[in-house]
Design a protein around this ligand. Structure first.
Ligand SMILES: C[S@@+](CC[C@H](N)C(=O)[O-])C[C@H]1O[C@@H](n2cnc3c(N)ncnc32)[C@H](O)[C@@H]1O
Ligand code: SF4
Length: 352
């Protein structure tokens, strides 16, 4: 009750830069003043690729369909969060574009007043085909995952064929006016760290933001410290080739540190979750495909919104449960070595 009272005071007094005094939900504000206005919803646990860093080779045990959030449950939850102040929703997975109702979900999300941005993170396999309809449905932002520019290596990393389809998806996204198209590249020593400069060179002629992601530990991905290439190491290597690389200003809740080679159309970013965590400005919450709310990517505490929804709970009861979970969010994650020892889901079952 005390917390709720304090949060209500905060709710009334909080200042949004550039917007004067604006209310923000007490339920989505944690004990460290972080306002969670960004929700990631995983639409499926299934995927048409098998990336080494995301899932174990033998696959993952899938949740029975009846226990996954239905279309209307996804929309009910989304609506509730948007009403409380969420402004951005990212659809992820598994591979979100293999869910048959993905276009319906985006169309319905687009109708939510207050929701400014709808984003999708995809492996790009079905993208070229679906893009016109995704755009028509109201998709604003695209992140496409690609870890190598060498077709044979692609097949090794993702354990499936499809390099050219992904490249086709990236080019089509540019052609359709998405700018910047973000390309997510997980950098792993001995696998693709030798391609850093090739990825940066790609931004010369294409309006891409290549985002180099530090390799993170999740269940079943055989993470070890030696395979991780740190932000600083990547930056040093790129600077050797392009000493004029300049850093761009960092937004309040940006997770990527972004840079640009002067004269290049695109830019590069670094997601430094391991070597330089950005928990202090974290504004994200996640909902897994089976309906669990996860307040931290690296935390294993979860609460089932699906069960609460299915018990016929009111919006207020749901909000109380969400507020309590947000209230338990830790100040920061436990550090990369502790995380690597900790039980968590494989990334494919979380939704990155
Ligand atoms: C889990 S995927 C889901 C969306 C879609 N299937 C895709 O690959 O873009 C979301 C993002 O998480 C990233 N990811 C997965 N496992 C990771 C790991 N161990 N470390 C860092 N990033 C990871 C992927 O590269 C991808 O960009
Ligand atoms: S990273 Fe994306 S594409 Fe790769 S296995 Fe995970 S969910 Fe699938």
């Amino acid at each position: 009750t005390l917390r709720r009272g304090l949060l209500t005071v905060y709710f009334v007094l909080c200042v949004c830069p550039g917007a004067g005094f604006l209310p923000f939900s007490a339920f989505l504000t944690d004990n460290f003043g972080r306002r969670h206005s960004y929700l990631r919803i995983s639409l499926t646990e299934k995927c048409n690729l098998r990336c080494q860093y995301c899932m174990p080779e033998e696959g993952v045990k899938l949740t029975p369909r009846s226990q996954l959030l239905s279309t209307s449950e996804v929309l009910t939850v989304a609506q509730l969060f948007v009403r409380e102040g969420v402004e951005k929703i990212r659809l992820t997975g598994g591979e979100p574009l293999i869910r048959p109702d993905v276009l319906d979900i985006i169309t319905e999300l687009r109708k939510l007043e207050g929701l400014k941005t709808i984003a999708v993170t995809t492996n790009g396999m079905n993208l070229a085909r679906l893009l016109p309809k995704l755009k028509e449905a109201g998709l604003d932002l695209l992140n496409i995952s690609l870890d190598t520019l060498v077709p044979a290596k692609f097949e090794f990393i993702v354990r499936r064929k499809g390099f050219h389809k992904v490249m086709e998806g990236i080019d089509k996204a540019i052609e359709m006016g998405y700018n910047p198209v973000k390309v997510n590249c997980v950098v792993m020593r001995g696998l693709n760290e030798d391609e850093l400069l090739d990825f940066v060179a790609l931004t010369e002629k294409k309006p891409l933001e290549v985002r180099f992601i530090e390799y993170m530990p999740f269940d079943g991905n055989k993470w070890n410290f030696k395979k991780m290439v740190s932000y600083q190491e990547m930056l040093d290597r790129i600077r050797q080739q392009w000493p004029s690389l300049e850093q761009l200003p960092l937004g309040k809740t940006d997770t990527a540190k972004t840079f640009k080679v002067p004269g290049f159309q695109g830019q590069v970013g670094f997601i430094t979750s391991m070597s330089d965590q950005f928990c202090g400005s974290c504004n994200r919450l996640r909902i897994t495909a089976d309906g669990n709310l996860k307040v931290c990517l690296f935390g294993n505490t979860e609460v089932s919104l699906r069960d609460v929804l299915r018990s016929g709970a009111s919006d207020q009861e749901l909000l109380d449960i969400i507020g309590a979970a947000v209230g338990r969010k830790k100040k920061q994650h436990a550090g990369m070595f502790s995380i690597s020892q900790m039980k968590n889901r494989p990334m494919i079952l979380i939704g990155g």
